[in-house]
Ligand binder design. Structure first.
Ligand SMILES: Cc1cc2nc3c(=O)[nH]c(=O)nc-3n(C[C@H](O)[C@H](O)[C@H](O)COP(=O)(O)O)c2cc1C
Length: 458
C-alpha cells in the first residue's frame, strides 16, 4: 500500500521566495505579506483544503554575493524585504485548528535560552502545532550584521548546532518534570519547585545555568526539521531531525539521499520511520494538461532571470558575475549550501556554465516546475512517494493564492481517490499526526535529557 502523502505550502514572510519574479504577476497577492489578513486568509485556505502545514523559510542577511552588491536583490525583492516568520504564527493559529507551522530559525545568532522560550510559547499558543526547521545560515552578510567578519566554516556550523541542540533539549525536556505544574488553588501552589530543575550546561560554545522559563508545552520539543544534505548535514539530520527537507530533480539522487539518511538514523539507534522525508517541488496545474501548460507559459513571462541568479549566487556562495556565459563555473571553497552545488553538478555535470544554469531556471529558480493536469501531478507525487520513499512535499508558491487553490481543487481529490491522502485531519499535536505520539520517542537523543519519563512516549 502507498504511504500517506503530506503536503506543506512552502513560503516565506516576503514577496520573492523561490520562484523569483512571480510576485509581479497581476493576480499575485503576495505584496500583502505585511498584513495579518494576508496570512490569516492564507492559513484558512490551506486548512479548508486539508494541507498539512505551512512551512516558512527564513534567511538572516541579504543576498549580496552576485557582483558583491545587494542592489539586484533589493530591486527584484529576492528574499528582501523579509519579516520575521514567528510573528505570523499566533494569528494563523487563531483561525485554524489543525494546520501545522514549520518555522525556520537560524540558531547561529541567538542564545538557546531565549530561543527555547519563544518556541515553547508558540507550541503553547498553537496547541502543539509547531515544527522548527533548524538552520545555521549560509551568508557572510548575516555574520557582518552582528559584528563578525564572516560566517563560520561549513562543518563547524553543524558542530555548533549539535551543542545548541543539547542545550535546548535540556531546557525543553529536562527542566520541568511531568507533573510539576499543579495549579492547586486551594493550597496556593502553582508548580512544585522540587520538580523544576535548573540545567547546568558547560560546553565549548554555550554556558547555561538556568531554569527554562516556560512550563511544558504540548510537544515540549517542537517537531524537528532539517534541510541540508552535505555529508555533515546528513550526519546532523540522522541524529536530530524528525523531518528532512531535500531538493532534487532526479529520482536516483533523491533515493540515495533518502536511503542514506534513514540508514544513518538507524545506526544512531533510531527507526528508519522515525525520519520523514519531504521533497521540495513546484506545481503548476489546471483542469486539463493544456490549461496547465497555458498557465505555465503565462507565469513564465514574469519570472526574473536576474533575481534567480541573485538567489542562486547567494545560496551556492558563487559570484556568477565572475564567469562568462559559457565558461565552466568553479565553486571553489564555498561555505554556503553544499547540497545545492552537488545537485547542480548532478543535474548538469561538473563543468556546468552560467548559461546552463540560466536555462534551468525556467520559472525563477533551479527548481523546475511540474506542469500538468491534476491527474498528471497526482501520478508524479505518488511515483516519488513509492519509488523514492518520500513522505511529503514542500510545495513552493508560484502565484498566490491561486497556486494553492489549484492544488486543492485539482490534485488533492485525486490523491484522496487513490487512498494516499487524508479526507479529514487526525486529532492532536503535529508530532501526534506525523508519528502517533506528541512527545519525542524515547530513542531520540533529545529524550535522554529528560528528568521524568513521560507516560505517553513510546
Ligand atoms: C531545501 C533547503 C531549504 C533550506 N532553507 C533554508 C532557510 O530557509 N534558511 C536558511 O538559513 N537556510 C536554509 N537552508 C540551508 C540549510 O539549512 C543549511 O544551513 C545549509 O544548507 C547547509 O546545507 P548543506 O549541509 O547541504 O551544505 C536550506 C537548505 C535546503 C537544502
Amino acid at each position: 500500500m502507498s504511504r500517506q502523502i503530506r503536503l506543506n505550502a512552502f513560503d516565506m514572510n516576503c514577496v520573492g521566495h523561490i520562484q523569483q519574479g512571480l510576485w509581479a504577476h497581476p493576480r499575485d497577492t503576495s505584496t500583502g505579506y505585511t498584513t495579518l489578513k494576508y496570512w490569516t486568509d492564507y492559513a484558512r485556505r490551506l486548512e479548508a483544503g486539508l494541507f498539512d502545514g505551512i512551512f516558512l523559510a527564513d534567511v538572516i542577511g541579504i543576498y549580496d554575493v552576485l557582483g558583491g552588491s545587494y542592489e539586484a536583490a533589493v530591486r527584484g525583492a529576492v528574499q528582501v524585504p523579509v519579516n520575521d516568520p514567528m510573528m505570523l504564527v499566533p494569528a494563523m493559529a487563531a483561525v485554524t485548528e489543525h494546520l501545522a507551522f514549520g518555522i525556520t530559525a537560524n540558531l547561529t545568532y541567538e542564545q538557546p535560552y531565549l530561543f527555547a522560550r519563544r518556541m515553547s510559547t508558540l507550541d503553547h499558543l498553537t496547541g502543539g502545532r509547531i515544527g522548527w526547521n533548524i538552520v545555521t545560515g549560509y551568508l557572510d552578510s548575516s555574520a557582518r550584521a552582528v559584528g563578525l567578519t564572516g560566517q563560520m566554516a561549513h562543518d563547524d556550523r553543524y558542530d555548533l548546532a549539535d551543542e545548541y541542540m543539547e542545550v535546548v533539549y535540556k531546557l525543553w525536556e529536562g527542566s520541568w518534570e511531568d507533573g510539576a505544574v499543579l495549579r492547586d488553588r486551594a493550597n496556593h501552589i502553582y508548580a512544585e519547585p522540587a520538580k523544576v530543575h535548573p540545567i547546568h550546561h558547560q560546553g565549548r560554545q554555550y554556558k547555561v545555568d538556568a531554569v527554562h522559563l516556560s512550563e511544558p508545552s504540548p510537544q515540549r520539543t517542537p517537531v524537528l526539521y532539517q534541510a541540508g544534505s552535505s555529508p555533515r548535514g546528513r550526519a546532523f539530520a540522522a541524529g536530530h531531525a524528525e523531518c528532512v527537507f531535500v531538493n532534487g530533480q532526479k529520482m536516483e539522487s533523491v533515493q540515495e539521499i533518502v536511503g542514506d539518511i534513514r540508514t544513518r538514523a538507524v545506526t544512531q539507534g533510531r527507526l528508519a520511520d522515525d525520519v520523514k522525508l519531504f521533497l521540495g517541488a513546484t506545481i503548476v496545474t489546471g483542469r486539463t494538461t493544456k490549461e496547465a501548460q497555458e498557465k505555465f507559459e503565462d507565469y513564465r513571462r514574469y519570472a526574473s532571470s536576474e533575481a534567480a541568479l541573485v538567489h542562486a549566487a547567494a545560496s551556492m556562495g558563487i559570484d556568477f558575475d565572475k564567469f562568462d556565459l559559457d565558461e565552466p563555473v568553479e565553486a571553489g571553497n564555498s561555505a554556503a549550501i553544499i547540497s545545492n552545488i552537488t545537485a547542480m553538478n548532478r543535474a548538469a555535470g561538473p563543468r556546468w556554465t552560467k548559461r546552463l544554469l540560466l536555462e534551468q531556471m525556467v520559472l525563477g529558480s533551479r527548481q523546475q516546475p511540474w506542469v500538468g493536469s491534476g491527474e498528471d501531478i497526482a501520478e508524479r507525487l505518488i511515483a516519488w512517494s513509492d519509488q523514492a520513499g518520500i513522505d511529503g512535499f514542500n510545495l513552493s508558491r508560484t502565484v498566490v493564492p491561486e497556486c494553492f487553490d489549484d492544488i486543492i481543487e485539482q490534485v488533492i481529490p485525486i490523491l484522496q481517490d487513490r487512498g494516499v491522502y487524508k479526507t479529514a485531519y487526525s486529532p492532536g499535536p503535529l508530532r501526534q499526526k506525523l508519528f502517533g505520539t506528541p512527545r519525542l520517542p524515547i530513542r531520540h537523543i533529545g529524550a535522554t535529557h529528560r528528568t521524568s519519563v513521560p507516560t505517553e512516549s513510546p
